[in-house]
Every structure is written in C-alpha cells, then in structure tokens.
Write a protein of this length. Sequence first.
Length: 922
Amino acid sequence: MEKTYQPSAIETHWYETWESNGYFAPSGEGEPYCIMIPPPNVTGSLHMGHGFQESIMDALIRYHRMKGRNTLWQVGTDHAGIATQMVVERLLDADGKSRHDLGREKFIEKVWEWKEESGGNITRQLRRLGASPDWSRERFTMDEGLSKAVQEAFVRLHDDGLIYRGKRLVNWDPKLHTAISDLEVISEEKKGHLWHFRYPLADGSGHLTVATTRPETMLGDTAVAVHPDDERYQHLIGKNIKLPLTDREIPVIADDYVEMEFGTGCVKITPAHDFNDYEMGQRHQLPMINIFNDDAEINTNAPEKYQGMDRFVARKQVVADLEELGLLEKIDDHNLKVPYGDRSGVVIEPYLTNQWYVKTQPLADEAIKSVEQGDINFVPKQYENMYFSWMRDIQDWCISRQLWWGHRIPAWYDDAGNVYVGRSEQDVREKYSLAAELTLKQDDDVLDTWFSSGLWTFGTLGWPEQNDFLKTFHPSSVLVTGFDIIFFWVARMIMLTLYFKKEVPFHTVYVHGLVRDSHGQKMSKSKGNVLDPIDLIDGIDLETLVEKRTSGMQVPQLKTKIEKMTRKDFPEGIAAYGTDALRYTYYSLASTGRDINFDVGRIEGFRNFCNKLWNASNYVLMNTENEDCGQDGSQNFQLSLADRWIISRLQEAEKAVSEGMNTYRLDLASQALYDFIWKDYCDWYLELTKPVLWDDNASADIKKGTRRTLIRVLETILRLAHPMMPYITEEIWQRVKPLAAAEGDSIMLAPYPVADESKIDTQACADIEWVKGFIIGVRNIRGEMNIAPSKQLSVMLKNGEENDKRCSSEYSHFLKKLAQLDEVRWLNEGEKEPLSATALVGDLEILVPMAGLIDKDAEIARLKKESEKLEKETSRLQGKLGNAKFVDNAPAEVVEKEKTKLADAQNALGKIAEQIQKISEI
RNA sequence: AGGACCAUAGCUCAGUUGGUUAGAGCGCUACCUUGACAUGGUAGAGGUCCCCGGUUCAAAUCCGGGUGGUCCUACCA
C-alpha cells in the first residue's frame, strides 16, 4: 500500500472497475430493493443538495446490495421544460436569434443537440460521488419510453374525465409567455403603495373611494364591492359608478368577501386580473375584461391612450391621469406580497387563457388514504402533516405550458375548434370517426414537466408495457428527497401512480433537510456562498474559487462582497478531501430531516478519519502479510483478552450501524462506526496487539490469534464501512481479503456483516475496562505531573481485591507496554509504602513513587482537583438518597445504583484525603 | 394570521421509552517526532442544556407560557 492516503489515486480507478464489470445492475437474486432517483435537471450541475441526496441513496443501495437484496437504483434525468428552453434560448440570443427565427422543429433539434453536449455533466458528477445506480437503465423524461407513458397517461385521464380544457385565470409569466403552476410562483414581501381613488357615482350624487395596490387594473374594473353589512355604503349598493378614464359604467355590489376595516371598505373588482376578483365575478356574473396582452401590455380593450403600454408604465400613467382629474385622494405606504416567477424572476400576472387541467380531487382522495393507512410512510413522520394539509386543499392542476420543449399535448383541433384527444392523429381519426378530409391541427402546448416526473417510478420501468422489471421493482422501496419537493413531485407521483398502477409508488419517503452554508444561509449563486461538491473532492485554490463564485456577476459591489467573504472563509482555498470524506460528512450530518449547515471543519475531520483507517490498515498489513493469520482455516490459534474484547465490541458496532441504516439515522450509523474504528480499534486494540506481536516469548498460537483477529476485524470493518466510504474500503479490502480468507471480486458484492450475539464477551469487556482504567490512571499522573511519556516507571499496587490480583497478573504485559512501566508489583506485607502519587481503579490503589519525579505541590493540587469533583458528586448523591420520597418512589434498581455510586465516591474520597494528608506531612 | 421545526461547549452537531459525572468533531491549553498514523499521540480546560412557570421522588428530555431563529401555507383590494 502507498505510505500515505491519497484519495485521488484510488477513486476513479475503482469506479471504472465497478461500472465496467456491471456490478451496479440488479443481481436477479433475493428480495427486490429499489430506489428511484429523483431525476436531476438535465441542464443542471451537481450542487451540495444533490451530493447529500445521492450520497444517502448510494449508502442505502450499497447496504442493501451487500445484504443480498436484488437491488435496483434507477437513474435518469428530467427534461426540465422551462429551464432547458431558457438555456438554449439564451444561447441563440448570443447569436442575435430567437427561437421564432428558427421555428419549432429546428429549435427542438437545437435543444436535443445541446442536451447531447451538456446533458452528461450531471451524470459524470454523480459518478465522481461514487454513486452506484444501474447506468444501463438510465432514462430521460423525453425519451421514447417515457414519452409513450406520458401520452398514454394523458389519454387515459382524459377519457376517464379527469383531464379537461378550460378558460380560467392562470399564473402567467409575461416574460416566458407561459402559464406556470402555483408552486412555481414565489411571493415576496415588497414595499408598495395603496392608492386611494375617487370613483364618481353615475347619477352625479357624489363619489366613493376605492383603495388599490394595482392602479392600472382599474381599466378592467367591472364592479365596486362593499360589505353587505357596511352601514356607510348601504345606500350605494345597486347604484352605478362612472368608471374614470373609460366610458364604462359599473355597478356597486355587495359581497361579504370585503373586509370593512381594510382601506376604505370599497373594493374595485377586476375579475380578469385577480384571483379573488375572479371568484367574485363568477358569483355576481360580472363581465370579465382582459386588458393585457401576452407581454402584460395594455391591449385594445382599454382606452386607446393606454394601448401598448407596459403594465408598470400604465400604472404611472393611470395615477397621473386620475390625479389630474382630481380623483387621487391619497397614497399610503403599504407592504404587500408580490408574485414572481421562480424561473423568469418577473412579476406574475393572473391572466385569462385556455389551459388543460387535471381534476385532482378524486386523485387526492386516494393519495391521502394511502398515507393515512400507512401504505406510505414519511420519515420523519411530521412531514405527513405537511402532505395532508396540502392534499386536503388541493386545486386543479394546470398542466399545459406554452413552451416548445416538452411532451406535446396529444390533442387535435378541427377548424370549428372541436377537440379530439388520442395517441396520434391517426388514432384520433379512428377513435372519433372523423372524415379523412377534415383538417386537424395538434395543440401547440406541451405538458408540465412534473406531469412526466409524476410517472417516473413506473414509466422508467417500461409502463404501459408489462414486463418483469416492472413487476419485480414496483412499488419501489424508498424515495429519498427534500421537503421542498413534496408538493411538486412526491404528491403528484403518489396521485398518478395510484391511479394508473393501483399501487403506491414507494413504501417510504425519506425526507432530508436542505444543505446550507456553515452560517446557516441558503446556498445561492447570488449570495456567492455555493460550494461545489467536486471542489471539496478535488480541492480548489483560492483564486479559482473566487473567480468561480463571482463570474457572471453584474453588480460590482456584490462581487466585491462575495470576494471578501470567500477570502475570509477560505483563506487557503479548499483542500482535496476526497469522495469518501465528503460522503462521510454528509452522513454525519444526516439526522432527523433538519437542515444541515455544512462546515468545512467537519469534512477535514473525516478526511483525517480516512487517513486513520488507511494507516491502521497499513499497520495491520505490515504485521500480517507473509504471516500465518489462519487464512488456511487452521484452528491452532489462541485469542488474547484484547482479541476477545475487540470481537465483542465489533458485534455491538455492527448492531449499531445496522440499526442506524435501518432507521434512516445515517448520522448515528456513521458515528457508531467512527467511534469503533478510531477509539476502540485504533486507539486501544492496535496498541494492545503490540505487546503480543513484539513479545519474543509469546507463543506462536497467541500471535496467530492476534494476527487472525487483527486482519479479520479489519476486513469486517471495511465491509461495515463500505456503503458510506466505498473507495477507501475497496482499495484496502483487495489487499486484506486473502489474509482474512475472504472471497469475492469486489467488496461491494461481499456480504454485509451481521452481529453475532454469541460473540459478545462480557468478561472480556469488564477486564478491558479494568486494563483501561489502570492505564488511564497512570497516564493521568504523567500528564498532570509533567512526567515525560518516555520515562519508564515502576508502580506498586495495594488494597486490591481478588479480581485486581488476577487482572494485574494476567494482563501485566498490556499494562507495562501501554503505560510505559518497567515494573508492576504488589506492596509486600508490612512493607513501608513510599511516598507516591496515586491513582484509583475501584478499590485498587496504584502507587507511582514520587522520589525524584514528582513535585509535591503539583500532586496535592491534582488530588484536590480530583477530590473536589468527588465531593460534589457525593453531596449530590447524599441529597438524593436522603430524600425519603426518592427512596420510596424510585425503582429499587435506580436507588441501588445511586447507593453504589455514593459508596464508591466516598471510598475514593477517603483514600484521596488520606493521600493528601500523607503528602502534606512531609 | 395559522402551522411546522429549531434553540445543548467558542463553532458545527448528537443526546432513544424522564434516572449519564450532559457527549462528539473542529477550535483552544500543556506535553510528546515512542518501531501504522503530526491528516498523529497523551492529558486537560470549556456548559445557567434560550427564559419563566408546572407535572414528577427525579426534567436537556413531558406540559403550558414567553423570547429568538428558520421555513411552509394563506392572505385585506
């Protein structure tokens, strides 16, 4: 093995080996286990959130694969309608062209070209993470198979009466010229104004005052509403308003939607441009006057003066004109929520258009039931409430988008505007018995990307065709996803899957948190705090990082700020930590669904952990290669105390890690493994093998037992760790396996360790605790007394019980080596005890003679510190045990435990007091 | 406005059905290049478990109220 751990030297090599050998594909044997990847955006690149999510999935997949399950990790990408179309349009724009210059067909060709070029980016990055999906089954939502599923789903839903077309208010993006769903609208609090306008009554008897945040929409007002109980306006109900700036008259109506206390209590009603007004318009059969075009400019329904004006220009103009007419009463400051398109960033306009909808209520009812009944479980559980509350208040889903990139809606129109839905134009003609000469034109719109993603779990497996894969792997086992996508995707997947497959898409939804920066800030390009997982793996120097974070920044101040922050946070750039360390960091932070603040300090710690494992393995190999470690199956070996103890601890570690994996507590699993490897195996066990292996007098059998245990425990550790740190474990395992009599071509196909309760050796554990207590006692004296670690000491023992006598004699070789002692002996009967520093192990007193070694005051100070601690402890326990209520009410074993603690503490305290006395007397 | 989640060491986080001397990593202090490892070892320091009540023999843990933070949902034009 290389002397030092260098992740870059091993990672790509092993990945290529695994992939080219087809190890990622399902084995075809065992109980199926399946995870469907939440398809990343094909235009995208890997961010920390992906890294986190994919690492979790890979750990679960590798774990279950090693446990012998027939494991499928279905991989693929999403065509991301709007995002992808925008990227390609931007490219065209650089050449001064628009998609309309190219025309639909040519444009789509361009998109495909671009996808071929850049679409591999994210899958390449996935590979760098060590992800082990079945690449041979990679799918793309625009592929033929998925497209067929989408078409089939649309036609069936339509024929079943669950898809309809209607003219309604939608969220319109005036920049992208498409409808978007509620979920794609981000509302942000903005400072705005509340304009108060006087609307004159038509009969000349005066006016009323309305308040609005959107003056320009008054051009489309078709009523003014007041509350039916509002005494101020009773007399106005039923009268007409002469709508200023127009030649229209509109009625004053009564509706209890109006809040009397807000504004003036009079609301202008614009049914074509506001969701609430739309509903009120429906209730009162008000006309709807659309005053905008697709660009949100004033159209010809408005007075000529305003036609062609942008909405914000029109706003100013309307206000100015009303002011000139003396109708502007006042302008108040007002905070309001403004809807923005999450892709385009422009203000979204409620806009009347023809769109396709899915009737969601019947689907939602089933979807709710499946979670209520426990057919689907959320982890953590509280996300079920979020899911229910959304599902119970669900709106029909607008699924048409006015884009070119996506699944084109399988609907055709004749010249009279009749709609026919079918699998193709031919199919439509047959299905509806249409004359051959009737001209049909396909709908121009495409489907919402989430419509296709909703079919992901079964569409990727070949549906609507029935095949073995679909039968074997659907429903999938677990969906790993972020909570931000529960509505977008999870909910819709559940609805559509239940409808088409009559079964759930997955049994468990494991919801993880968001990855934030170390200060808890959301990572975003504009904040300049994004970390690229690949940079954490490969490292990046400061200048490149600054350049990367600030490139394309338009605002110079922002650029300066980001640069400053980056230089402060990463003065040395970022070191190359390797994939295994990055993955381990993710796991360590993956607790109960809460957000994680990613701190580079953590990853450094885990890089060190990898290094530790590497060096420990190096030690083990040095001592086992070309040696008899029982790899031939021979039984002539003997286990030392340390061997029996580490084997015992290994069982507990195996149990803890598996429990963590099974309950989606990867943080607990990784912690248990970390502690076992570093604290038990490296800190203690490896040290305890040295007195055996380096002892010329030790028997061949016991040396063999130690070597055998060294190598076999290491081999097990590697398998235990493999799902979390795939590369380093494979690299080492290949060297270790022959010595441990393990078989197989790759660790990823080796069996996962299972705890064997019968190997838990409580006696060995108790004895090791004794040995550790002894050693730590001596080390403590050394540390606090400033005795050089290299200085060999002679210690004497007194006051011990039988067990202390046994342990001190059986394990003296361990004590001598690890505590650097050249002699350990019991005080003889009647022998005068030399002045000593003392350590206690239960009743046993360890005496370290002070002559020439120890500063008297230092020893007194040390003992006093110890005795203060014990005094606090005793008084606490005495208080507790002196309380009759505690003694009477607490379970006997709890009381007993406290009593023992008190006795031990008092005993120790007495001995220390005695010692302080002795030393002080000199 | 309603709801969810969170608040534990300087920082990032664990802490199970109430009973631990409240833990880890990083950082900090002292000592140490001893034959796997200085990406290391040994020994330490460091906590009003956000605040106030309550339940209980016993609360970081359960309940109520507050404060602060994050997020979601719905919004009054």
